[in-house]
Design a protein around this ligand. Structure first.
Ligand SMILES: [Zn+2]
Length: 381
């Protein structure tokens, strides 16, 4: 196995580079590292920095490489720590040679540099892998770390990976043509899981460490590493949210923090419009937990301020029900499963009172899948 100049060596992590395209007769190179175990297993890739201004994923890969011992691996991991080093140098999302978003250029015909880069990545990396993980970040918004799958995804294994990663939120969205995660499956039946680390031009150490745990879970689930999954008791399957948008332009004051629980009617933000000398207050429509937050304090009319994972409160029955999400409950047999508490729900219960019951639709198909894993794990350990 070889990617560019990087050749896999059993029990070692090797370094090299891959020429992904040429521009004015100059080769455009990205760094490649390959960790190969001493025993056979799946081949996967982990990539970051497709958008040059998304930095947390790059740090995740750096730490992950420090943490893994290749001699304990069963299989091979191809690391692509930065897919767009040219955008990175300019703090830009785009490939600067043609100003295209690389994540819309996969599986497309065209002579532009970005299409060529995408084609090389598909041929030299994606086609050789059983699956891949692509790390992204928020841009204008800070987000709680989560995995993303697309509504049109027909791949069952991708859904399993999204659970096994263990983020509390799995976001389902429409997706667009040309995205690596969509086109890899179309072209080679290679599932690619998108992971949002969550920062936006700022490093978030706590998110980086959550994502490192998630990657470890993925290696365990896919048989590349021995171990036990660590999953939250509950995970939420969230559809694309309609967040709170600015009713006017102005200076944004956000009154809540990422992951904070809010009550219905609580002040979450205010916008001061210095031209009209007006202040507008924005309140939470329901109880919930803050999922994303705008980074910049200057805001235009219609731009997103924040989004909340909302719950409905049934006071009489003392129940809380997720509104825009389906809920997966992982703790079927607590004695067999190593889990961790769901911080989102703990935060919510801490402001609502612990006497509330959580009501949600459990996803039977996924429960079955996790049950299978735990049966296997029990035999192995
Ligand atoms: Zn991105």
């Amino acid at each position: 196995m070889r990617v560019g100049t990087c050749k896999a060596v059993s029990g070692k992590i090797e370094k090299g580079s891959l020429t992904v395209a040429t521009f004015h007769e100059k080769g455009l190179k990205i760094p490649v590292l390959i960790a190969r175990g001493e025993e056979p297993g799946k081949t996967i890739f982990i990539s970051a920095g497709m958008h040059g201004d998304e930095i947390n994923g790059i740090e995740v890969i750096r730490h992950f490489i420090e943490q893994i011992s290749p001699e304990k691996l069963k299989g091979t991991i191809i690391f692509l720590p930065i897919l767009n080093p040219w955008g990175f140098k300019q703090k830009s999302r785009f490939i600067p040679f043609d100003n295209k978003d690389l994540n819309r250029c996969f599986n497309k015909k065209g002579r532009s540099v970005s299409y060529k880069i995408a084609r090389t990545l598909m041929k030299s990396v994606v086609s050789k892998c059983d699956f891949g993980i692509d790390l992204h970040d928020g841009r204008t918004n800070l987000l709680l770390p989560h995995t993303r799958i697309f509504k049109k995804d027909k791949c069952k294994y991708l859904k399993e990976l999204s659970h096994a990663f263990g983020s509390e939120i799995i976001l389902q969205r429409e997706g667009e043509r040309g995205m690596m995660a969509i086109e890899s499956f179309n072209a080679y039946k290679t599932p690619v899981l998108t992971v949002e680390v969550g920062g936006a031009l700022v490093l978030r150490e706590e998110f980086i460490s959550q994502v490192l745990d998630g990657l470890k879970n993925i290696l365990i689930y896919s048989g590349l590493l021995n171990g036990i999954l660590k999953l939250p008791v509950r995970q939420f399957f969230l559809d694309e949210r309609i967040g709170y948008h600015a009713p006017t332009h102005g200076i944004l004051h956000i009154e809540v923090e990422l992951g904070e629980a809010v009550k219905k009617g609580q002040l979450i933000a205010s916008i001061y419009n210095p031209i009209e000398n007006q202040e507008l207050k924005i309140k939470s429509k329901n109880p919930g937990v803050v999922f994303s937050l705008r980074r910049d304090a200057i805001i235009n009319k219609g731009e997103s301020i924040l989004s909340i994972l909302h719950f409905k409160l049934e006071r009489r029955r003392r129940e809380i029900i997720p509104l825009q999400a389906k809920m997966l409950i992982n703790r079927t047999k607590p004695e067999e499963i190593i889990t961790r508490p769901t911080i989102i729900l703990n935060n919510l219960l801490s402001i609502l009172g612990l006497s509330y019951k959580i009501v949600g639709e459990s996803l039977k198909e996924s429960l079955k899948m996790l049950d299978e894993y735990f049966k296997l794990a029990k035999h192995k350990h």
